[in-house]
Design a protein. Structure first.
Lengths: 123, 235
């Protein structure tokens, strides 16, 4: 990895972390869902700070160039993040379903109570 | 002693059918309670329920047939019903068979009873392609759970108290019928079929059109296989 590329990547990672912490500070992200993003950023920093590690990975996996190795690692994290997002969406859907059901059941009870009160008032 | 029976009627855009269905139901089986589950219909289903003072619950957003039925089971559980019967709101099912469907449960022989079109092969039998699809799913259900059911997609079914609680807690989503059989069977349910005669829907379209049927087959097959792989068989 050339020095120039390392400097550019360092900046990119710094910007990445800047936005991550800005979002966290403004409570636009909850920490629970950010852990994987932080982990991905840290892994990226390690690879940039210690490029020998990336070279080593590229060598044992027989990937042709260092940049390709970086792409593969990045792809891996992206897929992992997408999977975790799908998991979160599924869970939210399940919770919304449950809420809609419970509120509908509650609405029926209220409707019945109102009706009974009305009937009592009339008699 | 008469046991408490609740008929769960899921309805999505059934304004044209629902009055006929309820009239038929209250004429033929006045002894049973019923509840309409309005899954945020876009037509006047809710207004019709309100004007006629039918017992109904209504969702603020569309959550699909699985979520609707689960809410019905939750209601049955809350109100201590001993048997719940699923009965479509589109006029395909005939209430005169409700007593046949709950009979094996009353005798205590079975936990879940499914009303089947294919046992006596009378009445509306669906198109050839659909019958092939259903036969395939039926085989798949048998392989994955051991339940020998011909009409796995039938939405006409009765469930005892244990499985009201089971389904209230967890009911498959999207196209839930075959998967609900597999999950209950793997949980140790005793399931049987009784013959019923179904009619073709009176008004409106089926929820599954030709283009969706391929998606339906893939989705349901996957759901059944995943259900088998992720659940441990009890008893």
């Amino acid at each position: 990895m050339t020095i120039r590329l390392r400097i550019i990547l360092c900046f990119a990672i710094l910007i990445y972390f800047f936005f991550l912490f800005l979002f966290l500070k403004r409570k636009m992200l909850s920490l629970k869902y950010t852990l994987l993003w932080i982990f991905a950023g840290l892994s990226g920093s390690i690879l940039v700070l210690f490029p020998e590690l990336l070279d080593f990975i590229v060598k044992i996996t027989e990937i042709h160039s260092t940049m390709n190795g970086l792409f593969v690692i990045l792809d891996f994290f992206l897929i992992l993040l997408l999977l975790s997002l799908t998991a979160i969406v599924s869970k939210q859907t399940d919770r919304i379903k449950s809420l809609v059901q419970d509120s509908a059941l509650m609405e029926k009870r209220i409707r019945e109570l109102e009706y009974n009160l009305e009937q009592k008032g009339k008699s | 002693m008469e046991r408490k029976v609740l008929i769960i009627i899921p309805a999505y855009n059934e304004a044209k059918n629902i009055e006929g269905v309820i009239r038929n139901l209250t004429e033929k089986t006045p002894q049973y309670d019923y509840i309409i589950i309005n899954d945020c219909s876009k037509d006047e289903t809710e207004e019709i329920c309100k004007i006629n003072q039918y017992p109904y619950i209504t969702f603020s957003t569309n959550i699909g047939i699985g979520g609707g039925l689960q809410a019905g089971y939750k209601y049955a559980l809350e109100h201590n019903y001993e048997i719940a019967v699923q009965h479509d709101g589109d006029g395909q099912h005939d209430p005169q068979y409700i007593s046949d469907v709950i009979e094996p449960i009353l005798k205590g022989q079975y936990d879940i009873v499914i009303g089947s079109r294919f046992l006596k092969k009378q009445g509306f039998q669906s198109s050839m392609f659909r019958r092939w699809g259903i036969r395939f799913l039926s085989k798949l259900v048998y392989i994955c759970s051991g339940a020998e059911i011909l009409d796995v997609t039938s939405g006409f079914r009765a469930v005892n108290k244990n499985y009201i609680a089971y389904y209230a807690k967890e009911y498959p989503q999207d196209y839930p019928e075959p998967e609900a059989i597999v999950s209950a069977k793997l949980n140790g349910a005793k399931i049987c079929e009784v013959p019923v005669i179904m009619r073709e829907r009176k008004q409106g379209k089926s929820s599954i059109n030709r283009f969706r049927s391929i998606y339906y087959m893939i989705k349901v097959s996957c759901a059944i296989i995943i259900c088998r792989l992720t659940r441990r068989r009890k008893s």
